[in-house]
Design a protein around this ligand. Structure first.
Ligand SMILES: *[C@@H]1O[C@H](CO)[C@@H](O)[C@H](O)[C@H]1NC(C)=O
Length: 216
């Protein structure tokens, strides 16, 4: 029988590099490769806009994690494609579901905004806004968690499920601690003159890229 060695993980050192024109590329379905992002300020915003360009050939009937922010005991902020092809923003349990065009290999520019006082939530696809819905008015997102792209965290920084992993490319990843007005979301979608992401900015993103392989 084949001798099995324990998994090894290779951690490329902590980097702050200019990612302009680049992308995080997730080549295959795994429960071992992911990107950990370090926010530029504590992630406990009273509002946010989160934007990224996502390209994928995963089918619309597969769960796909698009953004996972978790503190020790709670999923704080998650963005999913659901089994039924809808897209959901979850804040610590409750979520709001939106019907959006499917992801494709050609890339979709996607943003989601939320505001604490009103709970108003909307998605944006290629610079166009959905209807607005309400999610958890008054809810406070807790700081000091871990942000991961590529995998869903079922425990703090771990417990991944490959059937929920992201496969494809993510680029132009930004997050602001306020709701961007419509004209600026449109600018972001065209990559044309907009304010620096003060939580995450693609042009100065701090990240670790973990790539673990089972050596046989
Ligand atoms: C799709 O799935 C989500 C999550 O399970 C659920 O909240 C939503 O109601 C479903 N939508 C439809 C149209 O079935």
């Amino acid at each position: 029988s084949k001798k099995r060695y324990p998994s090894i993980s290779v951690l490329l050192t902590f980097m702050i590099i200019d990612l302009y024109g680049k992308a995080f590329v997730f080549l295959e379905e795994t429960d071992t490769s992911y990107v950990v992002l370090s926010p530029e300020r504590p992630l406990s915003p009273g509002a946010f806009s989160l934007c990224m360009k996502v390209a994928s050939e995963l089918p619309p009937n597969r769960e796909i994690i698009l953004f996972s922010y978790r503190t020790k005991d709670y999923d704080e902020l998650n963005v999913w494609q659901e089994f039924n092809g809808t897209f959901t923003l979850y804040l610590s349990g409750p979520g709001v579901c939106f019907t959006l065009p499917p992801l494709s290999t050609l890339g979709t520019h996607m943003c989601v905004s939320w505001e604490l006082k009103s709970g108003l939530t909307d998605f944006w696809v290629n610079g166009k806004r959905t209807i607005r819905k309400v999610l958890r008015p008054g809810h406070r997102i807790q700081p000091e968690g871990v942000v991961i792209l590529g995998q869903d965290q079922d425990s703090f920084g771990g417990s991944f499920d490959k059937a929920q992993s992201f496969v494809g490319e993510i680029r132009d990843f930004y997050m602001w601690d306020y709701v961007l007005p419509p004209y600026l979301i449109e600018h972001v979608s065209h990559d044309h003159s907009f304010p620096k992401g003060n939580i995450f900015d693609w042009k100065s993103l701090s990240y670790n890229y973990l790539w673990c392989k089972d050596l046989q």
